[in-house]
Design a protein around this ligand. Structure first.
Ligand SMILES: CC(C)(COP(=O)(O)OP(=O)(O)OC[C@H]1O[C@@H](n2cnc3c(N)ncnc32)[C@H](O)[C@@H]1OP(=O)(O)O)[C@@H](O)C(=O)NCCC(=O)NCCS
Length: 332
């Protein structure tokens, strides 16, 4: 392996050639659409003009690429910036010469408060590990309650019983029905009440994605695959939301905020089950929730489940962070 591999920042003019390179590895992805979604449609982060990635060029041909998606983040309670790793790819003829190592090093030298790689595989995970990235262990997350990404439950046989779909009625029959006045319904737009929700609860999760309405519009509401469910109290005030998406035949909860309100987590978990039942989807996979909410959901047929999710991070203390499936590039 040589250590003198030259990489440079991605330029607009590189994009067609980058799409050609990426198609050799992932032929089914509409890369132009993805570039628009991850960069052109992204909200700008105040004061930051971070790179969107790095390339290795051999003469005029792009032989290696590593994307970076700047995303607003709260780190240790302060507004900041995270760089999300995406689509690390080296042309087969150029592999084994340290190109990926150089691209990861360039990604890592970016000035950002946190860096997140949510899609490592057997080939790329060691590159990040050697660069000092920490892996968040999903199995540990279950016992750390809501501090790390961990799907809690997979609903199997019990979903038919919930087919009437009314969260209100489900809460009434729940052994633990803490706030019967909570109701859940789809949110169609990212409105100002999401800003209020974020400002009210951001202190409970010192390190997490910056969930104002602008960021949520970009990540969740602009995605037609995504359904956002809001949870309201008896006065109509928004207490929390959960976002779901159908993936691999399951309905997966991909985001939940805040994560520390047991009643809201419980209500949104049941609402996700109702949504799945209405769509004829038998399996619902939720993010991890606190032990009381987990117990309440277990009494409704949910059971603990493992997940294939590994997240590699720098700048994030997993014990004080709330990470979900929209951290990293899995939402794309
Ligand atoms: C993974 C990939 C980017 C590595 O690119 P590369 O330029 O060959 O990597 P490097 O030359 O910098 O190698 C870095 C190290 O990773 C190891 N490595 C490379 N490919 C590997 C693989 N498939 N499995 C395990 N280790 C691998 C190398 O042996 C090297 O280790 P060493 O320094 O101890 O010799 C390239 O194989 C690729 O494009 N794969 C397809 C796309 C992909 O899987 N991307 C990652 C997930 S998004």
């Amino acid at each position: 392996m040589c250590s003198d591999v030259v990489v440079r920042e991605l330029r607009d003019a590189d994009l067609p050639a980058v799409a050609v390179l990426l198609r050799t590895e992932w032929p089914d992805v509409d890369w132009e659409h993805r570039f628009a979604r991850q960069w052109r449609n992204a909200p700008t982060v105040a004061g930051a003009r971070p790179p969107r990635g790095f390339v290795h060029a051999d003469r005029d041909a792009i032989r290696g690429f590593f994307g970076s998606i700047p995303i607003p983040y709260q780190v240790d309670g302060r507004a900041g910036l995270a760089c999300i790793a995406t689509a690390l790819c080296v042309h087969p003829a150029a592999r084994g010469h340290g190109v990926a190592t150089a691209l990861v090093a360039a990604f890592d030298t970016q000035r950002a408060d946190a860096k997140v790689n949510s899609t490592p595989n057997a080939a790329s995970a060691p590159l990040f590990a050697r660069a000092g990235y920490a892996s968040i262990d999903p199995a540990a997350g279950r016992h750390l309650l809501a501090h790390a990404e961990q799907p809690f439950g997979v609903l199997r046989k019990a979903w038919r019983a919930h087919k009437r779909g009314m969260v209100q009625s489900l809460l009434q029959v729940a052994p633990r029905a803490p706030e019967p006045a909570l109701t859940c319904a789809r949110l169609d737009a990212a409105t100002a009440e999401l800003d209020t929700l974020w400002q009210t609860h951001r202190g409970t999760h010192p390190t997490t994605l910056w969930r104002d309405r602008t960021t949520l519009q970009w990540l969740l509401f602009a995605d037609p695959r995504c359904t956002v469910i809001g949870c309201r109290d008896g006065t109509g005030a928004l207490r929390g939301y959960g976002a779901c998406r159908e993936e691999r035949g399951e309905l997966r909860q991909i985001d939940l905020f805040p994560a520390c309100d047991d009643d809201v987590s419980f209500a949104l978990g049941l609402a996700s089950a109702s949504l799945a039942a209405g769509r004829g989807i038998a399996t619902v996979r939720l993010l991890s929730v606190s032990a009381p909410a987990a117990r309440a959901l277990q009494s409704h047929g949910f059971e603990p489940a493992d997940d294939d999710l590994t997240i590699q991070v720098r700048g994030i203390d997993s014990h004080h962070a709330w990470l979900t499936r929209i951290d990293g590039d899995r939402w794309l």
